[in-house]
Each structure stands twice: as structure tokens, then as C-alpha cells.
Write a protein that binds this ligand. Structure first.
Ligand code: ADE
Ligand code: ZN
Length: 348
């Protein structure tokens, strides 16, 4: 229970607080953490040729007009990942950044089909990631869980095949998600495979209401029976849905820098995060694909709070508390992080 008077904290303390507060990241595509420098280093190590002459030329191509324009470059970047060591190095680079931002817990999405369709074995992908998660816990004190995503532009049959490949590794990931191009690929396309994952006791999440309509959020909840919605910002187009999300405290893993980079909003000042929070939704802040969108967790917090005057210390505390509430860990660990969060705010 927080006993600090959050409204008495001066606004000029915000940047330091946002930096220092412990937080969980629940929406990070690990392939989206591949920085251009690492893409080039792995391309050299693996003898892969890239369609860009230099790091600068690649970075210059990061001018996206929508989700698909990003995904085309994102899948090209992932083509340098071939060996277990590559997946390990990629994830460790992310964990170092997460540590610097006081992320104490991360739930990492990975896209096996992006790799298995190029001939990389499922085991290579997941074993590299699991080894990085174990190393992050041991050496950095960050806890991490893996969530396997199905690519929604591919068929449900392909998702079932991926699930088959994943089953021998069932103990290495805690849930499944749904990502890639949203428009024209509604949640119900994956009804059967999500039902099967539910039977297997996996946690369920899905991207919905990023570029797709609010109706996709409703069907993700009602048909797929997901526990969290990734993005979900277009829920505001359906006021009854907003009320439902608040009443049921369905977490929305919002990614502010991503939304601006992919032109969901014109500028950060247009973002609806503060409104959603004021409406009582369990909103969290996340980085999505930080290497492509201009920053990791704290950059997302800093830019969002700088652009939205409704956000102050109370909202900072709420967003961090929401990230723990929405995570897939047991209550005791959530309580411990919550207590640490309250200690940081009490020490201001
Ligand atoms: N894959 C990686 N980032 C994504 C995003 N923002 N939306 C959908 N699929 C993704
Ligand atoms: Zn995403």
C-alpha cells in the first residue's frame, strides 16, 4: 500500500523518478531489439549479405509510414540470426539496456516462424533465448519469461505446425501471442490454435487495436480469450469496450514511441495514453521494437510524460504498478516489486 503523497512530488523530479522506478516490460519483440550495429556484426559473422551498404544507410531506412512498411525491414533485419549464439547475443544486448532502465522483469515475444521458415531449427531459437534469460537472472537480477508469437499474416495451419515444433519445449515459454500485419487478419482466424494453447495451460495475449479496429479487441477477448491486449489504443472508438476493459482490468500493453513511429498518432501529444489511464484502464508502457522506434523503456516513459501534461508522479507510479499487476508471475513476486516501487517513491 503506497503511503507517499504522490501529488506533493514536484514535477521537476519526474525524469529522475521515471528512470529510477522499478518496472516490468511486457511488450518487447526481441527481434525488434536488434540494433543496426548488431545486425551488421551478425551479418559479417554469418556471411549474410544485407541490402544496405552501411549501418547509417540501414538506419536511414527507418522512416516508416505504417506497420507493414516497418515489418518489411524488421523481417529483413532478422535474416542475420542463424545460430543459437546469435539469439543469445541479441537477447543479452536487450537485457543490458533493460537493466540500465531499471526493468526488473521482462516478458519477451519471439517470432519462431520468421526463423523456422528460413531453415533455422526451433530449438536453436528458443535455446539461445532461454540461455539469455537464465544469464539475465543470474548476472543482472532481471527475471524474464518468453511468449511465442504466431505471425497473423500466415495461416492458422502454419501456426498449428509451429505449435507442434514448440511442444517438446513446452516448459521454456509461458504463453502465446499474435503479431505481424493486423489489417485483414482478425483474431478469429486463429480461434482453434488459441483454443488448443488454452488447453495446454499457456497464457494468451494478442496484438489488437493497433492498426486494426476496436472490434478486433473484442474478438481477441471473446473468441481467443486472451488475458492481455497488446496495443489496444483504438479501443476508444467503442466507448462500451473502454468501460469493459476498465471494469475487467484487462491490461493494455501500450507502446507510445512505436505508435508515433508507425503513424498511429501524428505526434506524441496526440497519444491517448493519459486518457486511457484516467478512464481506469490497466495501461502499461512498453518499447515494442526499441531498436527501430527510437528508444527503450525509459525513453518511452520520458517522451510520453514530456508530451502529455496530464501525466505526473501519480501516473508514473500507477503505470509501474500496472506493469507488475499485468505480468505473468505469482502474487508474492508482484507484491515484492510493488513494495520496492513504493520505497522508491517514498525516497523522493
Ligand atoms: N511485430 C513486431 N512489432 C510489431 C507490432 N508493433 N505490431 C505487430 N507485429 C509486430
Ligand atoms: Zn508489438
Amino acid at each position: 500500500m503506497n503511503t507517499t503523497n504522490l501529488d506533493a512530488i514536484p514535477r521537476d523530479r519526474l525524469p529522475a523518478l521515471l528512470q529510477a522506478m522499478p518496472k516490468a516490460e511486457l511488450h518487447i519483440h526481441i527481434e525488434g531489439s536488434l540494433e543496426p550495429e548488431l545486425i551488421f556484426a551478425l551479418a559479417k559473422r554469418n556471411g549474410v549479405s544485407l541490402p544496405y551498404p552501411s549501418v547509417e544507410a540501414l538506419r536511414a531506412a527507418y522512416a516508416f509510414t505504417d506497420l507493414q512498411s516497418f515489418l518489411d525491414i524488421y523481417y529483413a533485419g532478422a535474416s542475420v540470426l542463424l545460430k543459437e549464439e546469435d539469439f543469445f547475443d541479441m537477447a543479452m544486448a536487450y537485457f543490458q539496456r533493460a537493466k540500465a532502465d531499471n526493468v526488473v522483469h521482462a516478458e519477451l515475444f519471439f517470432d519462431p516462424q520468421t526463423h523456422t521458415d528460413r531453415g533455422v531449427p526451433f530449438a536453436t531459437v528458443i535455446d539461445g533465448l532461454v540461455r539469455a534469460c537464465e544469464t539475465a537472472q543470474r548476472e543482472l537480477g532481471i527475471s524474464a519469461l518468453l511468449i511465442m508469437c504466431f505471425l497473423r499474416h500466415l495461416s492458422e495451419e502454419a501456426a498449428f505446425e509451429t505449435l507442434e515444433q514448440a511442444l517438446p519445449h513446452r516448459d521454456k515459454f509461458v504463453g502465446v501471442g499474435l503479431d505481424s500485419g493486423e489489417r485483414g487478419n482478425p483474431p478469429e482466424k486463429f480461434a482453434r490454435v488459441f483454443a488448443r494453447c488454452r488447453e495446454l495451460g499457456l497464457h494468451l495475449v494478442a496484438h489488437a487495436g493497433e492498426e486494426g479496429p476496436a472490434a478486433y479487441i473484442s474478438t481477441a477477448l471473446d473468441v481467443l480469450k486472451v488475458e492481455r491486449i497488446d496495443h489496444g489504443v483504438r479501443c476508444v472508438e467503442d466507448p462500451a469496450l473502454v468501460k469493459r476493459l476498465a471494469a475487467e482490468r484487462v491490461p493494455l500493453t501500450v507502446c507510445p514511441l512505436s505508435n508515433v513511429k508507425l503513424c498511429v498518432y501524428g505526434t506524441m501529444a496526440d497519444h491517448n495514453l493519459a486518457t486511457l489511464l484516467a478512464d481506469g484502464l490497466c495501461v502499461t508502457v512498453n518499447s515494442d521494437d526499441p531498436a527501430y522506434f527510437g528508444g527503450y523503456m525509459n525513453q518511452n516513459f520520458l517522451e510520453t510524460f514530456a508530451a502529455l501534461p496530464q501525466l505526473g508522479p501519480r501516473e508514473a507510479h500507477q503505470l509501474a504498478a500496472n506493469s507488475f499487476e499485468a505480468s505473468f508471475v505469482d502474487e508474492a513476486r508482484k507484491q515484492a516489486w510493488r513494495a520496492e516501487l513504493d520505497r522508491v517513491f517514498a525516497a523522493v
